[in-house]
Design a protein around this ligand. Structure first.
Ligand SMILES: Nc1ncnc2c1ncn2[C@@H]1O[C@H](COP(=O)(O)OP(=O)(O)O)[C@@H](O)[C@H]1O
Ligand SMILES: [Mg+2]
Length: 185
C-alpha cells in the first residue's frame, strides 16, 4: 500500500521540469519566510534537496545571511540522522545516496535546540502523516525533538493526498507548506 503510493508520486515528481521545480520551490520558500516560526527561529534544521525535492538552498543561504544557525542531517548508523551545524555550502559534500551531507562531523548540535525541522517526503496527508523513502530515518529522528520544535514539511501540492496509511511509529508534521497552501496539522 505505502509502496504503491510512493512509486506513483515519485514518478510524478521525476517528470517535473527544472523551471517548475524552481518556481514552485520559490513560492513555498516565500510562505515559509513569512511565518513567525521562521522569523523568530534561531536554529533551523533542513534537508538539502535532491531529485526534484522542494529546493532548500535559498533557505540555507538566507538563514545563514540572517545569522541563524543552520543544521543539516548526516546519515549515521542504524538509519539514524545526526544534526550537524554548517557555516557555509563548503561544509557539505556528497554522501549517502549522493545527497549533500555535512563534513564537519564534530559539530553535532543538541536536538533540543532545534526551533524548526524542515522535512522532505514523498507524500503527506492533511492530518500531517508522511510517507518517506521507506527507511524511516525521520521517524526515528523526530521522536528525539523537544515538544516545542516545529516540524514543517515542504511539498508540492501534488504530493498531498486526503489520507495516507500510517503506523504507530510514523511521526506527524505540525505544518505542511505547498505552493498553494499552508496546512496546520
Ligand atoms: N523507530 C524505529 N525503530 C526501528 N524500526 C523502525 C522505526 N520506525 C520505523 N521503523 C521501520 O522502518 C520501516 C519503514 O518505515 P516507514 O514508516 O514505512 O518509512 P518512511 O517513514 O521512510 O516512509 C518499517 O518497516 C518500520 O517497521
Ligand atoms: Mg514512516
Amino acid at each position: 500500500m505505502k509502496g504503491e503510493i510512493r512509486r506513483r508520486v515519485l514518478e510524478q515528481r521525476k517528470m517535473m521540469s527544472p523551471k517548475e521545480v524552481n518556481e514552485k520551490s520559490k513560492k513555498i520558500q516565500e510562505k515559509l519566510f513569512r511565518t513567525s516560526y521562521y522569523q523568530t527561529s534561531r536554529t533551523i534544521m533542513t534537508y538539502v534537496d535532491f531529485q526534484n525535492e522542494v529546493e532548500t538552498r535559498s533557505i540555507i543561504k538566507r538563514a545563514l545571511n540572517e545569522g541563524k544557525n543552520i543544521v543539516v542531517p548526516l546519515c549515521g548508523p542504524n538509519f539514524s540522522l545526526l544534526p550537524v551545524k554548517i557555516d557555509s555550502f563548503d561544509d557539505l559534500e556528497k554522501g549517502t545516496r549522493g545527497i549533500l551531507e555535512p563534513t564537519k562531523k564534530h559539530d553535532i548540535v543538541d536536538v533540543k535546540k532545534l526551533d524548526i525541522v524542515l522535512v522532505p517526503g514523498i507524500t503527506f496527508d492533511r492530518s500531517g502523516h508522511r510517507l518517506g523513502y521507506g527507511l524511516a530515518y525521520y521517524d526515528r529522528f523526530l521522536t528525539q525533538l523537544s515538544p516545542s520544535t516545529i516540524i514543517i514539511a515542504l511539498a508540492y501540492s501534488f504530493q498531498l493526498v486526503q489520507t495516507l496509511p500510517f503506523e504507530d511509529h510514523d511521526q506527524k508534521m505540525n505544518l505542511i507548506i505547498t505552493e498553494n497552501e499552508m496546512i496546520h496539522c
